[in-house]
Design a protein around this ligand. Structure first.
Ligand code: SAH
Ligand code: AVI
Length: 319
């Protein structure tokens, strides 16, 4: 793996962030794509979220993997290359690697260089002999994988319901691209959050200790750090609401006062109550997700859910 980004890649990454922020703050409604949450600070805050009592997805998906790993392994067979999209800390991945029959390589793909480096180190120590080939990349734009000799077939893994952070149109395009990327004899395992009562959903995105708020507001802190931003974090707040019609949580940063902030020398004015959209998190029923997968050329093999119907784990195959 590239231990560090080359200077030209750093300029590109900063340029991409700068452009997204300047464009996103100029347009109405204002919005910044959620992949920019994940600098080293944001990735660490997301890890804290996964440990929160209110945030049920991580522990529920972990339990589903522990219960059904053997069945998944049976379906996909031995010697697979495991390709993970948005791998993050890859803590759940170890459970999957343990269950699989002699996986031949692991290719984690993530925009967070810090997460990739840390996860690769940990997995190298825990799964001795496994070839690990990390890719620092946008998973919606990855079109080629590093060649792996002796590969039997490919298993994709997209955990944590990160697919919910894409719109339905983007999710379908992603699934179609992933089918091409993973190849004809591939399977795909996805963790997908289920539609559920607001009593459970709202606290998951409005936790009492304020970690989700810090995660959201870190986007402004990142702009201050990397783009000469002048946002006063005390005068912005986190907001998370459920949009029933769209079936998704919507996350915003709200201006608490009439104020101005500059980014790379450009000044932006905000009215009191004005919002910047930072993330959507779509929720699916099992049938809705299976229909989406089928529309993108994937065949549902099995879907597992927990007793409380909080979270689903889908195994798909190319048809
Ligand atoms: N799969 C892990 C992490 C989920 S957090 C889990 O279930 O716990 C989402 C992860 O996806 C982060 O590590 C983030 O850096 C990564 N990510 C978000 N958007 C991305 C994109 N467009 N391309 C690549 N990685 C992305
Ligand atoms: C990574 N992703 C699936 C998380 C989610 O639940 O949509 C990100 C997150 N945003 C706020 N809390 C967690």
């Amino acid at each position: 793996m590239h231990e560090t980004l080359s200077s030209h890649e750093i300029v590109d990454a900063r340029g991409e962030f700068a452009q997204a922020v300047l464009t996103g703050l100029s347009h109405r409604p204002r919005g910044i794509p959620c992949r920019f949450f994940y600098d080293a600070e944001g990735s660490a805050l997301f890890e804290e979220i996964t440990q929160l009592e209110e945030y049920y997805p991580t522990r529920t998906e972990t339990a589903l993997l522990a219960s059904h790993g053997a069945k998944i392994a049976e379906h996909v067979g031995g010697g697979v290359v495991l390709v993970e999209f948005g791998s993050g800390s890859a803590r759940k991945t170890s459970l999957l690697l343990d269950a699989l029959d002699e996986p031949c390589a692991y290719i984690p793909i993530d925009v967070s260089e810090a997460s990739l480096a840390e996860a690769a180190e940990r997995l190298k120590a825990r799964h001795r002999g496994l070839t690990i080939l990390p890719l620092i990349a946008d998973f919606t734009k990855t079109r080629v994988l590093p060649p792996v000799s002796g590969r039997a077939s490919t298993l994709g893994y997209f955990s944590g319901s990160t697919i919910g952070n894409l719109s339905h149109t983007e999710a379908r395009a992603f699934l179609e691209d992933a089918a091409r990327l993973l190849g004809p004899d591939s399977a795909f395992l996805l963790g997908v959050d289920l539609k559920k009562s607001l009593d459970i959903l709202l606290p998951a995105y409005n936790d009492a200790s304020g970690v989700t708020a810090a995660f959201n507001l870190n986007l402004l802190a990142r702009i201050n750090r990397e783009l000469d931003g002048t946002f006063d974090l005390e005068r912005f707040a986190h907001e998370a609401t459920y949009n029933e019609a769209a079936g998704r949580m919507e996350i915003y940063i709200v201006s608490l006062a009439e104020q101005a902030a500059s980014v790379l020398g450009r000044t932006f004015s905000f009215g009191a109550g004005e919002r910047i959209h930072t993330e959507n998190s779509h929720k699916y029923t099992v049938a809705e997700f299976q229909a989406l997968a089928e529309s993108a050329g994937w065949q549902p093999v099995e879907a597992w859910t927990d007793e409380e119907q909080l979270f689903s784990l889908h195994l798909l195959r190319r048809d």
